[in-house]
Design a protein around this ligand. Structure first.
Ligand code: NAD
Ligand code: ZN
Length: 241
């Protein structure tokens, strides 16, 4: 087994569940009581901006009441101590990875704490409520929207993600259902490029059969164990050894 140097980690809503952030599709199939198409599409934003803004205002306000959990802390430790390449790609729009101290990470689906100008594309940090029609700090147009990648929009920094996957020796997917593309396709891409693939999730994800190994359980337990293993191995042994 070749040694592991370059790691790409994909995280989803499941890694924040133990912090008290609701996952995308609860048992009722809704996200915090809403149909995804009513709050998470460009059409919804155009049709009912007040509802969409209020939905993300509530998600943003919730951030003040939650803290990173053991899984976020373990990945921040891995980021600090792993001597090889590492990229944490999160689908999450919360800020729990960075609050735990992770640095080598990116938000492919945007961030609650950011506002995007639909006019000029400028971004600015945003912490409070964002009523529709807020003026952009860069161009002055009343066009600020939540900096969230809606369904039908292209996720951010895909070139960087694909380049990292092409170099990866190990791809680890944590707390994601494998239902939202293109993130759900990363395991196949990583496999195609020759990486080992590991899944840490509460339930088998939709792409579970693509993983070399699946460990089922809570991220707050599984992630610290896996991080301790890989740091102890120094990448010399496969993750299942
Ligand atoms: P998802 O809700 O579709 O899937 C969550 C997965 O996590 C499920 O497979 C579930 O079994 C698993 N899970 C639940 N609790 C867990 C735990 N304690 N430990 C480990 N796994 C657990 O989420 P997704 O795949 O990330 O896709 C959802 C989309 O919704 C993303 O695009 C994301 O932007 C958005 N979203 C983000 C947040 C957030 O920022 N925290 C929350 C909800 C939705
Ligand atoms: Zn602007």
């Amino acid at each position: 087994m070749a040694s592991i140097r370059n790691i790409v980690i994909l995280t989803g809503a499941g890694i924040s569940a133990e912090s008290g952030v609701a996952t995308f599709r609860g048992p009722d199939g809704l996200w915090e009581g809403h149909r995804v198409e009513d709050v998470c599409t460009p059409e919804a934003l155009a049709a009912d901006p007040a509802l969409v803004h209020e939905f993300y205002d509530m998600r943003r306000a919730k951030l003040g009441t939650v803290k990173p959990n053991a899984a976020h802390h373990a990945l921040a430790r891995l980021d600090a101590e792993w001597p090889g390449e590492l990229l944490i790609v999160t689908q999450n729009v919360d800020d729990l990875h960075e609050r735990a101290g992770a640095k080598r990470m990116l938000h492919m689906h945007g961030e609650l704490l950011s506002a995007l100008c639909a006019g000029c594309g400028a971004r600015q940090r945003w912490t409070g409520a964002m009523p529709p029609g807020q003026a952009c700090g860069a161009c002055g147009m009343a066009a600020l929207r939540p900096d969230i990648v809606f369904f039908g929009e292209i996720p951010y920094r895909m070139d960087e993600i694909e380049a990292a996957l092409a170099q990866a020796d190990l791809f680890v997917s944590i707390g994601t259902s494998g239902a939202v593309y293109p993130a759900a396709g990363f395991v196949r891409l990583a496999h195609h490029y020759g990486a080992r693939t590991l899944e840490l999730n509460l339930d088998p994800s939709e792409g579970s059969s693509w993983f070399d190994e699946s460990r089922l359980g809570r991220a707050g337990e599984l992630v610290p164990i896996w991080v301790a293993e890989i740091l102890a191995d120094g990448g010399q042994a496969p993750p299942s050894a």
